[in-house]
Write a protein of this length. Structure first.
Ligand code: GLV
Ligand code: GLV
Length: 305
């Protein structure tokens, strides 16, 4: 019976389809397996179902001689060395589309939170700073007429743009060949939806952050590595950037004593873009579809590109 290694407990029915005809080992620790534990998990595996918290590199694949398929439980595949997988002849699957709405919804929640200064306003209630109705208190950005720049016009970026247009925002999409500096200079809100690759790593460095409109909002629900963490902290501290709302960070998780967390006008949530029951269930379905196809030697229905 083919053996599958699943690197975390996924409490969704899709795994039952896998168990029906495969010998499934699930890493059931509360945290991801260590690199050593991952190595021993894949040593005799035919199929691997892994998470974005697992680093899948050349050395790991060398240690997995029987491996026929890698199914990543994520739309992104930056945790997998795709060149190494190709060199080993192992296809890599991902879970696109099914988390687009969930991630776009969270992005709008972050845009609204930043635009209306909710963390600061909510804090005023508990600190006693809320003494009366203030004509000029906690004034924020009205979305109608404000400019949103979506960096990365993929499925999630477009879904964010559609939602933002429903709020009356003017939306500009910026792809690989567009002038990012010029676009961010005009933006009231910049939202990141690009994959993390060698060419997008650290894209939002000190220079690009300085090119943003003073007081603008930066939202990142893509990958933490797109933004230079030190540069972001400096831009928030100087007031150059008005607010940063982050679902993803670099490093991730961000330790509670990380210097970034001392920055003002910052909201960080723990990588919950796809965290709806519906999206996570459908991601499990797609991940299992990919795994079963790979074990059968069929093309993966949702291959990483
Ligand atoms: C989440 O970040 C994903 O890539 O699915
Ligand atoms: C990227 O894969 C996206 O869905 O935007």
């Amino acid at each position: 019976m083919p053996r599958c290694f699943v690197t975390r407990t996924l409490p969704f029915p899709a795994l039952d389809r896998l168990r029906a005809a495969h010998d499934v080992t699930v890493w059931d620790g509360p945290l991801p397996p260590s690199p050593e534990e991952l190595r021993s998990g894949v040593a005799s595996a035919d199929g691997l179902l892994c998470l974005l918290t697992d680093r899948i590199d050349d050395a790991l694949l060398d240690a997995a001689p029987a491996l026929k398929v890698i199914s990543n439980y994520a739309v992104g595949a930056d945790n997998v060395d795709l060149d190494a997988a190709r060199a080993h002849g192992i296809p890599v699957g991902v879970t696109p589309d099914v988390l687009t709405d969930a991630t776009a919804d969270l992005t709008l929640a972050l845009i609204l939170t930043a635009a209306r200064r909710l963390p600061e306003a909510a804090a005023a209630v508990t600190t006693g700073e809320w003494r009366t109705w203030e004509p000029a208190g906690w004034l924020g950005l009205e979305l109608r007429g404000a400019r949103l720049v979506v960096v990365g016009p993929g499925r999630i970026g477009r879904a964010v743009g559609d939602r933002a247009e429903a709020f009356g925002m003017e939306v500009t999409y910026v792809g690989r060949r567009d002038d990012l500096d010029a676009a961010v200079a005009e933006a009231d809100v910049v939202s990141l939806h690009a994959p993390l690759t060698s060419s997008t790593k650290g894209l939002f460095d000190a220079e690009l952050l300085a090119a943003m409109k003073p007081g603008a909002i930066l939202v990142n629900t893509a990958r933490g590595g797109l933004v230079g963490t030190d540069a972001l902290r400096a831009a928030l501290a100087s007031g150059a950037l008005g607010f940063a709302a982050l679902d993803v960070t670099d490093p991730e998780p961000l330790p509670p004593d990380h210097p970034l967390l001392t920055a003002p006008n910052l909201l960080v949530v723990p990588h919950i873009g796809s965290a709806t029951t519906a999206a996570r269930e459908r991601m499990a379905d797609l991940a299992v579809d990919n795994l079963l196809a790979g074990l059968d030697g069929r093309p993966l229905p949702h291959a990483a590109s």
